[in-house]
Design a protein around this ligand. Structure first.
Ligand SMILES: [Mn+2]
Length: 243
């Protein structure tokens, strides 16, 4: 069973809450900083009575500044209205600390720049011995605040008529019974499904050229790492816009 934050009794209040939802960051501190600035400016100008910020995961890998992205998010998430979800990339990083052999796979997901951002010096294609050494070094180097941040990320967040998860949900399974594996990894079975899922699903994980607003889901992954475009949706009641 997934760990889910949020509750149904928030539904009644949803109309006066503004939700900012941010897509996959992948080590782009520059874009994350811009997005913080845009959110803060929007709050300043539109003055919502209440607001929530949801980051849908994939903070690390591929981009150059994973360390600083985690640092910045962990800091911002100290505020109670900020929710950071767990992406599959955060999960692989945690798996690697437990099982260094995972690096063989993780490397293909952009692990090398992440390890470098923590001050490690991995070769381009580490063998198993080097993987054990790197995992040990990462355990030593990673600030405990980062580890705690990563270990406590929930895999979904439900608020009013919206449901947030990194990758999506498994069609046919009630939202409270969704499995972590699906919430962090699912693709086609979710993306190609036309069902009404009971709530609007807001997700990242599968990059699209532009943010996608469909009848049953909103995809906010615009491939920031490669495109330089980090999407932030602004959701107020039924209105969905982008900063
Ligand atoms: Mn992903």
């Amino acid at each position: 069973m997934s760990r889910m934050r949020g509750s149904e009794n928030e539904e009644a209040e949803q109309e006066d809450v503004c939700i900012y939802a941010v897509g996959d960051i992948h080590g782009r501190l520059d874009l994350l900083s811009e997005t913080f600035f845009k959110i803060d400016a929007d709050i300043e100008s539109s003055k919502p009575r209440r607001w929530i910020e949801v980051f849908v995961g994939d903070y690390v890998d591929r981009g150059a500044d994973s360390f600083s992205v985690i640092e910045a998010l962990a800091e911002r998430a100290r505020a109670p209205h900020v929710v950071c979800l767990r992406g599959n990339h955060e999960q692989i990083l945690l798996n690697f600390l437990e099982d260094p052999g995972v690096l063989k796979t993780w490397r293909q997901y952009g692990a090398i720049p992440t390890l470098q951002s923590y001050g490690l010096n991995p070769s381009a294609n580490p063998d198993l011995d080097e993987s054990f050494l790197l995992a040990e070094q990462l355990r030593q180097t990673m600030p405990s605040s980062h580890l705690q941040f990563l270990q406590t990320l929930p895999t979904s967040f439900s608020f009013g008529s919206y449901f947030f998860a990194h990758a999506g949900i498994r069609p046919g399974v009630p939202l409270p019974e969704q499995q972590d594996q699906d919430l962090m990894w699912i693709r086609e079975e979710f993306l190609l499904c036309d069902d009404n899922f009971g709530k609007m699903i807001v997700h990242g994980h599968t990059p699209a050229r532009d943010p996608e607003v469909l009848h049953n889901r909103i995809n906010i992954d615009t491939g920031a790492y490669a495109t330089g475009r980090l999407t932030c949706a602004r959701i107020e009641g039924r209105r969905v816009g982008f900063l």
